[in-house]
Design a protein around this ligand. Structure first.
Ligand SMILES: Nc1ncnc2c1ncn2[C@@H]1O[C@H](COP(=O)(O)OP(=O)(O)OP(=O)(O)O)[C@@H](O)[C@H]1O
Ligand SMILES: [Mg+2]
Length: 903
């Protein structure tokens, strides 16, 4: 096997690529590379030289191991073994994800943790390690990594932190499982050039006569292992001249097979058993070999023939391809015999999983007993969070199941696990197959739900709608309750996909099938229809009823349902309820490492914080959500978060940012942000033009938020008639929600359209609750303007001062300008805003991150708890917290509590 000291021939170009990457890491940049090529071409050798050239970097060295491809996270554990003590320094959810992956969690029943959790934890660990020095990660034989480790490492490789990390993977092309690594740069190794090949041969076979050497170079086509192996075979006179048509790696395989073929039969049996076992467990191999008539002597013969070797008490093939040759070049009946013998001798309770796999490999048809054994092996793998191994075991169990429903159920479990392991396409295929096999209504519904979740995650809500509707039809007669749930979700998916007729059709289907919960499905259709009065009634029905899947066994699905519930509260204008629920969901998602739900929940939370005037909190939530959505590729949530950030930027008058963010946001949110920006900057015609162009499409509950802006712009542009029709809808909505802030805004709009006494009513309503401060300030500004024109300057100043103070606190620059101009016109110097409260003053001094930390610390949370909530290490929390003290003029945590930040 190659070592860092073996002399390297040729490979100048390849070494240059690697040197460049190392240099990048030293200068603080990151990169990843997969080195590919056939067996023996020199991948491991190149990795060894990369390591040698990286003496000044921290090196993490790992490797896929053939016998461990089904052991969840074995590869990752090997790679991280030298830095495991650093795991404790990570934020709790990351540390927990790694502990669970490495089987150190104790509680096998513990749920939660999705396919992103381990990958994100690896990223966090790499970030942490780069603080000391650039990092080189070397993973040899990546094709043999267990799927969990492979997914986690590739996840990290695609999103490497800005600071210097270089990841090098080596993967073999043939005689090995594939190692697809989309999006990662590739370096393909081909044969050494003739000069380098000649040098290598001169070094390893200088006794061969020169004409034979030339033959060897030609035959080996620059493959170093083939050069060495063919030269040896020549020397031993094992073979004559071979055709150069045979590929070098096949040549090597052939040569290994020949070496085995000349050995005695019992020795060949022993070698086959060792190859079939593949775990290096000498005792088991000997016992199984004995069942087939082989003995310890045979192991000795194999060792003398340079095929097997003992290292660290472990029996291994000298070259992995020897194992391939030993296993693949014998008849299937022999292989089955070997696996059966291994299964027969594996009798201890901790060997049940291995036994199950051997039984499976020895099965030739359906076998329920073996399927059951594999099923329990799958559950053992699950306890370690090894979803890929779970999927593989269930899939195999399904293939062996004699009964259709058992097959379907196992396929469905395989689909769920494959999805958790990030094998999304495979998972969808398995889920689809499961639905074709299943007849049991509950199992069929579960399979459809998994299938639908996958479709939704892939930004395809209408496919989810279709899957769920079809499943509901199939189970409706036997399980009307279940069918009702499926159709409720189907309607929700159709509404997310903006297919309103499909929502309506789903409600009709529910009525036709007579499923349970029809009225809730009808309510959803009503909300999607967007008729204000009916919608509010329907929303109330939805939020008061039992929520979609909150009681569901599937934790992430329940979290998703609660996120939807929070967004319904938001549509009802109930920011407090939406906010409380969104905080609960984000906390639970973090605790359970359900990363997939976090961006969605953070989007709802950020929007609520924005409404409540907590802009820095909103910025922090939305930015965190964006980072995770980017990391896990969730386009839809990313767009929603961009919408919130665009809205924030619009309030603050940041034109370029609004431009950039609205190009990524959903249409409605983009429209709202651009409108608000134009309004703040006094571009009333632009507002009117834009909303006028909408014409008949100015419908639906979401569009209501635009109405107050349209009213204000239309009145300022002296075209009030444009806004009257829309106002009626808004007033109805405000009345029906019963929210004081909403009624206040409705009154303000009425006042602008000529019913001036309503201004007073509006201000009174705003003061009745802590509602939406930005809206309150807008009301006060408009009222102040009106009062000034009515020559009631003193009263005008009171309103304007209050408005200015709020705008200042929110950093709403265009609006600050407007309020100041009005104040000057009302006979008051521009800097005369009311003093802000102490806590809001303090809030202005801190960055959004510091503010979040300070708030949580003020509530009495420890650095570790804060870290858990914010996905930071406790040390980073401490660092930010201590930075805030001088800014706040305090010196201890105790004083923090007195500043009024704890809300
Ligand atoms: N450039 C080289 N100069 C000298 N010897 C080399 C060179 N490349 C490879 N070798 C030798 O060839 C043999 C095979 O190389 P290596 O193990 O690196 O191949 P590999 O691509 O990792 O193969 P596998 O896919 O089987 O792991 C080793 O004995 C190694 O020392
Ligand atoms: Mg190798």
């Amino acid at each position: 096997m190659p070592t860092a000291t073996s002399k390297l021939h040729g490979r100048a170009g390849e070494l240059k690529v690697i040197d460049r990457q190392l240099a990048e890491a030293r200068s603080g940049r990151s990169s990843a590379l997969v080195i590919r090529g056939e067996t023996g071409i020199g991948k491991s050798t190149l990795l060894a030289h990369a390591e040698q050239a990286a003496a000044d970097l921290s090196v993490l060295r790992g490797s896929g191991i053939e016998s461990e491809t089904n052991l969840p996270f074995a590869g990752l554990h090997l790679l991280l073994r030298t830095v495991l003590d650093r795991v404790e320094e990570l934020p709790a959810p990351h540390a927990k994800a790694l502990h669970r992956a490495f089987g150190a969690c104790g509680d096998a029943e513990e749920r939660g943790g999705d396919r992103f959790a381990v990958g994100l934890a690896v990223l966090a660990l790499l970030r942490e390690l780069t603080e000391a020095a650039p990092v080189l990660v070397v993973v040899d034989d990546a094709h043999w990594l267990d799927r969990g480790s492979a997914e986690a490492l590739l996840f990290a490789a695609r999103r490497l932190p800005a600071r210097g990390v270089t990841m090098l993977f080596a993967a073999r092309d043939l005689y090995a499982p594939p190692f697809p690594a989309q999006g990662i740069e590739e370096l393909r190794l081909t044969g050494l050039d003739p000069a380098a090949a000649g040098e290598l041969l001169a070094e390893c076979a200088d006794d061969l006569p020169p004409p034979r050497r030339e033959d060897v170079v030609r035959e080996a086509r620059g493959n170093p292992l083939a050069l060495i192996e063919i030269a040896a075979a020549n020397r031993e006179g094992r073979q004559g001249r071979q055709s150069t048509e045979v590929a070098p790696h096949n040549r090597v395989l052939h040569s290994f097979a020949e070496r085995i073929a000349v050995l005695p039969e019992t020795t060949r049996t022993m070698i086959l058993v060792a190859a079939a076992d593949g775990t290096c467990d000498t005792g088991t191999v000997l016992a199984a070999g004995a069942l087939l008539g082989a003995s310890l002597d045979d192991l000795r013969v194999a060792e003398d023939a340079q095929l097997l070797t003992f290292t660290d008490n472990c029996l291994v093939f000298r070259h992995p391809l020897m194992r391939t040759a030993a296993y693949r070049t014998v008849p299937m009946a022999h292989r089955i015999r070997a696996h059966k013998a291994l299964a027969d001798v594996l009798d201890s309770p901790d060997e049940v999983d291995r036994k199950a796999w051997h039984l499976a490999a020895a099965s030739t048809g359906h076998d329920e007993d073996v399927a059951k054994a594999l099923e329990s092996s799958a559950e053992h793998a699950r306890a370690r969070g090894g979803y890929a191994a779970v999927a593989a075991a269930y899939e195999q169990a399904a293939a062996l199941s004699p009964l259709r429903d058992d097959r379907g159920r196992r396929l469905s479990a395989a689909a769920r696990a494959a999805a958790d392991a990030g094998q999304l396409d495979h998972a969808r295929n398995l889920a689809y197959q499961a639905t074709t096999q299943l007849t049991d209504p509950l199992e069929l519904s579960l399979a459809a739900m998994i299938h639908a979740t996958l479709a939704e995650d892939d930004n395809n809500p209408l496919e989810a709608h279709y899957i769920l509707s079809r499943a509901a039809e199939r189970v409706a007669e036997r399980e009307p309750e279940l069918a009702g749930r499926l159709l409720f979700w189907a309607a929700g998916s159709a509404s997310v996909g903006d297919d309103l007729p499909a929502v309506e059709r789903t409600a009709e289907l529910a009525e036709k099938l007579g499923v349970s919960g029809t009225s809730r499905i009808r309510a959803l259709a009503t909300v999607s229809g967007g008729k204000v009065s009916e919608s509010i009634h329907a929303l109330r029905q939805l939020v008061s009823g039992e929520t979609l899947f909150t009681d569901c066994v599937d934790h992430p699905l329940a979290l998703r349902g609660r996120t939807t519930l929070a967004s319904w509260y938001s549509l009802l204008g109930d920011d407090a309820a939406a906010g409380t629920l969104a905080i609960e969901v984000t906390t639970d998602s973090r605790a359970g490492a359900a990363m997939g739900v976090l961006p969605k929940a953070l989007a709802v939370l950020a929007k609520t914080q924005l409404h409540l005037g907590r802009h820095k909190d909103a910025l922090a939530s939305a930015s965190e959500g964006m980072r995770i959505a980017d990391d896990i590729g969730q386009q839809q949530s990313r767009a929603a978060l961009a919408g919130v950030l665009a809205h924030l930027a619009a309030i603050e008058g940041k034109e370029a940012e609004v431009e950039r963010l609205t190009s990524e946001a959903p249409a409605q949110a983009a429209m709202a942000a651009r409108t608000l920006l134009d309004l703040g900057l006094g571009r009333h015609d632009a507002v009117i033009d834009r909303l006028d162009r909408l014409g008949g499409e100015f419908e639906g509950l979401h569009s209501l938020a635009l109405v107050p802006d349209l009213v204000e712009a239309a009145v300022k542009a002296r075209r009030p008639e444009l806004a009257r029709r829309q106002l009626d809808r808004y007033v109805t909505w405000a009345e029906q929600t019963g929210r004081p802030w909403a009624k206040a805004v409705a009154s303000r709009c009425g006042a602008l359209l000529g019913e001036e006494p309503l201004f007073e009513e509006a201000v009174r309503l705003h003061l009745a609750e802590q509602g939406r401060p930005f809206e309150r300030a807008r009301t006060e500004l408009l009222y102040g303007e009106w009062l000034r024109r009515a020559r009631r300057k003193e009263q005008a100043r009171t309103q304007l001062r209050s408005a200015l103070a709020i705008f200042e606190r929110l950093g709403a620059l265009p609006w600050i300008e407007r309020a100041r101009t009005e104040l000057r016109a009302a006979g008051r110097p521009a800097d005369a805003g009311q003093p802000a409260t102490r806590s809001t003053d303090l809030e202005r001094m801190l960055t959004p991150q510091e503010l979040r930390i300070a708030r949580l610390a003020a509530q009495g949370l420890t650095n570790r708890d804060i870290g858990t909530r914010m996905y930071l290490s406790p040390r980073t929390v401490g660092y930010h917290l201590y930075k805030t003290y001088p800014k706040l003029g305090i010196s201890s945590r105790g004083e923090l509590a007195k500043l009024g930040l704890a809300r």
